[in-house]
Design a protein around this ligand. Structure first.
Ligand SMILES: O=C(O)CCC(=O)C(=O)O
Length: 302
């Protein structure tokens, strides 16, 4: 049982943590974050971007949808960091990696990224699920960072987690493919989730949360005027293996002593041809892993 300290009861929310000149980072925080993550399966909130930087990213997304609608739709629906340097850079941002390192250790790869977007008055939702179900990765030393580009609150359908469920092991899921479900297969856990047990991970623009690959989580529709846009980065420890195919991953911290993944370089510019070639080769392999055994394939990007 972790010993409760003041560091454990107030998770640092910004880069403004007190730092004494000449002193190394305060190690007790590292221990307490690790213990809290081990117990709850999530950590939040932390800040990675200032609010205006997050707004800038959201505006660049909207501009790209105007300038290059097909490229943007494809990229925003699957692994945009392969094609957009500013999202690759966000995925390797030291402020996120400093927290990820606390829970995965020093050697970290980015395996994938994606968006979970809900427009104003959007009925889309995310069914209760565990990420580990179809990713074909083991062991489950995998954590996702959910970065808010817009406010993400209970009112507009923020992500919700059920603390402690990461310790239940892999739970059976059924694919629903329901309209409005943002998950690729509309998968849902086959256990009753008591809504009263769920915690809302409310975030302001530029903040992020971390969640374990096995935690049960989901989200409700957005009935408000405020869009809810989240950029998700899935981090794996370098010892993880991909079952069912060889895929790329970006080494973002430490050393890869295992070589289970092909290196993924940062694109030199938006949609640069070399990056696109890597994307076009990797995407069918990844989709075949994610849709293994499914009754239907991926929906078209919107
Ligand atoms: O954004 C959401 O509502 C769900 C996100 C999610 O399922 C994930 O990041 O794993």
């Amino acid at each position: 049982m972790p010993i409760e300290t003041s560091a454990e009861t107030s998770v640092e929310t910004s880069a403004s943590a007190p730092v004494s000149p000449g002193l190394a980072p305060v190690e007790p925080e590292a221990e307490s974050l690790g213990a809290r993550y081990e117990r709850d399966g999530y950590l939040a909130p932390f800040r990675v971007l200032e609010a205006d930087e997050a707004e800038g990213h959201w505006q660049r997304m909207q501009a790209l949808r105007e300038e290059r609608p097909e490229d943007a739709a494809a990229a925003f629906s699957f692994n945009p960091h392969y094609l957009l340097p500013w999202l690759y850079d966000l995925a390797r941002h030291p402020k996120i990696l400093d927290k990820v390192e606390r829970v995965l250790g020093p050697d970290i790869l980015v395996w994938s990224t994606g968006f979970f977007s809900k427009k104003p008055h959007d009925p889309s939702y995310v069914s209760w699920h565990q990420d580990s179900t179809y990713w074909g990765l083991e062991p489950p030393d995998i954590v996702s960072a959910w970065v808010a580009f817009t406010p993400s609150r209970r009112a507009n359908g923020c992500m919700r987690v059920v603390p402690g469920t990461h310790a239940l092991g892999q739970i059976e899921h059924v694919d629903g493919f329901a309209d409005g479900n943002l998950l690729s297969r509309g998968q849902e856990v086959q256990v009753d989730v008591d809504e009263a047990d769920a915690v809302d991970l409310e975030l302001e623009p530029g903040e992020f949360s971390l969640h374990h690959v096995r935690i049960v989580h989901g989200s409700n529709p957005n009935p408000t005027d405020v869009p809810r846009i989240g950029f998700v980065v899935r981090y794996i420890a370098t010892h993880c293996r991909q079952i069912g195919g060889r895929t790329p991953a970006a080494l973002v911290r430490g050393e890869d002593r295992y070589g289970h993944f092909d290196p993924l370089p940062c694109p030199r510019e938006e949609f640069d041809p070399e990056a696109r070639a890597v994307y076009d080769a990797a995407t069918p392999v990844l989709r075949s892993i994610l849709f293994r055994g499914a009754a239907q394939g991926p929906r078209k990007p919107s």
